[in-house]
Design a protein around this ligand. Structure first.
Ligand code: CTP
Ligand code: MG
Length: 468
C-alpha cells in the first residue's frame, strides 16, 4: 500500500504550567532543546515522509536555526500555531502535503517518543483509521463532583489508560473531525482522538505507549527529563577493534593518569588503534595548571593537533570524617575535582580546534554518598555537575565532554583501599577502556556513561578482546 505519512509536531504552546519565561519545548536539556530531541526521533524514522512544525510565533528563529544545525531535511513547512492545541493541530493538518494519506500528531513537549511507538501506530493503520498511544495508569483514577470534590465514581483501573501522543489518523478522518468541530464552534479539544470519538468517525485503536514518553508539563518534569536523557544518551555502542582504529588512527590523545589502572588500559587501546598516545603518570601533577597547559602545548607543537584528552587521576582514602586529617581531605577534593577542572580548562584551545573529546572519571558513588569515603564521593558528584555545565559552555566549539562511571573495577587504587577482592566480581580495566574509547566515535556530550560488570562480556565480544 502506498502511504505518505506526515508528522505534525505541535510546538505552538506557551507552557504556562511550566512557569518559565521560555516555552518548555525550547528549554535546553543536556545541551539541546527539548524540541530538537522530538524532531530527531521523527527525522530518523524510516516511516515518516515529511514533518510539519506548528510553531510559536515568537520562536521562529529558534526553529530555523535548529533545523539548519541538525540538517532536519524532512521538515517541509513551519506554520504558526493557534490559541488552542486544537487550533494548532488544525493548522498543521492544513499544511500537510497533498500526497499525505496518514498523519501522526505529536506534542513537541514529548521528546522521548520511541521508534517503536511510531512503527506500531503505522502498522496499526492496516486495521484502524485512528490510533491513540496509551499506557496503564498506576494511580487509581477517581471521578469527582467538580463543585464539592466528593467522589462520584471509581472506574475499574484495568479499563482505564492514560493517553499520550502521537495520535495517528487517516488524514481525511481527522480533517473531517476538525471541520465538524469548527462548525460546532468547538475549539478547545485537548487532543485529536477526542474529536474523532465525538463524531463517531472511526473506531480508535490503541498502541502501547511508554512510561518514559512523558509530556514536559510542570517545573518538576524537567528534572525527570534530564534523568531520562542521561539514561538514554548515556548509551554508547561499543565498537569493534577495526572500527575504532579506522576512526582514531593517527589521532593525538593525551591521558593523565595513564601509567596504571584504567588510564593505562585506555592508553593501550588507543595505541593499538594506531593513535599517537601521550600518557602521563604520577610525575605530572594535574593540580599544576601551568604544567598541564605546557604539556598540552608541547604535544600540540609536535602533532599539530590534540584530539582526545582523558583524565583518570583520582585519589581515594577510606576514613571517617571524624578521623580524617583535614589536609588529606583537601588533597582528595583537590585531586578529584580541581585536577579535572584544570585539565578541562587547559584543554579548551586544543579541543576547540580539533572538535575533540574530553573524558573525566566519576564513580558510582556520585548519585549517593557513601560512608567512609565522603570526600571522594562528594567530589565525584561535583565532577558530574561540572561535566554537565562545562559541556554546555563548550558545545558551540564542538567539544564533547563526558564522564565515565565505572562500576567497581580491578585497579591498583581499588586494591590499595579494599584489599584483595574476588576479581571475578570486578570489572576489568580493559572493558572500561574499550567503552571509553568507543565514546570517541560518537558526538555524545554532557553525559555520564555507565560501565557495568553485566555488560563486560558484550563489550569484549563487540570489540574482539583478547585478540585471537
Ligand atoms: N500546543 C500548541 N498550540 C497551542 C497549545 C499547545 O501547539 N495553542 C502544543 C504545545 O506546544 C505542546 C502540546 O501542544 O507541545 C501539548 O500541549 P501542552 O502540554 O498543554 O502545552 P502548553 O499548552 O504549551 O502548556 P500549558 O497548557 O501548561 O500552557
Ligand atoms: Mg496547554
Amino acid at each position: 500500500m502506498d502511504r505518505f505519512i506526515s508528522a505534525i509536531i505541535l510546538a505552538g504552546g506557551a507552557g504556562e504550567r511550566f512557569e518559565r519565561d521560555i516555552p518548555k519545548q525550547f528549554m535546553k536539556v543536556a545541551g539541546r532543546m527539548v524540541i530538537e530531541y522530538t524532531l530527531e526521533n521523527f527525522q530518523k524514522s524510516r516511516r515518516i515522509d515529511e514533518i510539519i512544525i506548528v510553531n510559536h510565533a515568537y520562536y521562529m528563529d529558534h526553529v530555523l536555526d535548529l533545523i539548519k544545525k541538525n540538517k532536519f531535511d524532512k521538515v517541509k513547512r513551519i506554520v504558526i500555531g493557534g490559541t488552542t492545541r486544537q487550533e494548532s493541530s488544525g493548522i498543521g493538518l492544513n499544511a500537510c502535503s497533498e500526497k499525505s494519506t496518514h498523519v501522526l500528531i505529536h506534542d513537541a513537549a514529548r521528546p522521548f517518543i520511541s521508534e517503536k511507538i511510531i512503527e506500531d501506530i503505522i502498522s496499526g493503520f492496516s486495521g484502524y483509521d485512528a490510533i491513540d498511544t496509551v499506557i496503564p495508569t498506576a494511580d487509581t483514577i477517581v471521578q469527582i463532583d467538580r463543585e464539592s470534590g466528593i467522589i462520584r465514581n471509581i472506574p475499574e483501573r484495568s479499563a482505564l489508560k492514560r493517553g499520550q501522543t502521537p495520535q495517528g489518523f487517516k488524514i481525511e478522518v481527522i480533517k473531517e473531525a476538525h471541520r465538524r468541530a469548527l462548525a460546532d464552534k468547538i475549539n478547545n479539544s485537548p487532543d485529536d482522538c477526542n474529536l474523532v470519538l465525538k463524531y463517531g468517525l472511526a473506531a480508535i485503536g490503541t498502541v502501547a505507549g511508554d512510561e518514559a514518553n512523558i509530556k514536559i508539563t510542570y517545573p518538576l518534569d524537567i528534572y525527570i527529563a534530564d534523568r531520562i536523557f542521561q539514561l538514554r544518551r548515556g548509551y554508547v555502542a561499543v565498537k569493534s577493534r577495526r572500527e575504532i582504529s579506522a576512526a582514531l588512527k593517527k589521532k593525538a590523545a593525551v591521558v593523565f593518569g595513564g601509567s596504571g589502572g584504567i588510564g593505562k588500559s585506555i592508553a593501550d587501546i588507543l595505541k593499538s588503534a594506531g593513535a599517537k598516545v601521550f600518557a602521563f603518570g604520577r610525575e605530572k601533577n594535574i593540580l599544576d595548571f601551568a604544567g598541564v597547559a605546557q604539556a598540552l602545548s608541547d604535544i600540540y607543537q609536535q602533532e599539530k593537533a590534540v584530539d582526545i584528552v582523558v583524565n583518570t587521576v583520582g585519589k581515594l582514602n577510606l576514613s571517617l570524617i571524624e578521623h580524617h586529617p583535614i589536609e588529606e581531605i583537601k588533597e582528595i577534593i583537590e585531586t578529584n575535582l580541581l585536577g579535572s577542572i584544570a585539565v578541562a580548562k587547559a584543554a579548551i584551545p586544543y579541543l576547540k580546534q580539533s572538535q575533540g573529546h574530553l573524558v573525566l572519571f566519576t564513580s558510582s558513588s556520585y548519585t549517593r554518598g557513601r560512608e567512609a569515603y565522603t570526600p571522594y564521593s562528594a567530589s565525584k558528584a561535583a565532577l558530574v555537575n561540572f561535566v554537565q555545565g562545562f559541556a554546555e559552555e563548550v558545545l558551540d566549539y564542538g567539544i564533547k565532554v563526558n564522564a565515565i562511571n565505572p562500576e567497581r573495577t580491578a585497579t591498583p587504587m581499588r586494591f590499595k583501599n579494599f584489599g584483595k577482592e574476588d576479581e571475578a566480581l570486578l570489572l576489568k580495566a580493559e572493558a572500561v577502556a574499550i567503552k571509553t574509547v568507543s565514546l570517541f566515535l560518537t558526538a555524545t556530550t554532557g553525559q555520564v556513561i555507565d560501565v557495568r560488570k553485566e555488560e563486560e562480556e558484550k563489550i569484549f565480544e563487540n570489540y574482539g578482546w583478547p585478540e585471537k
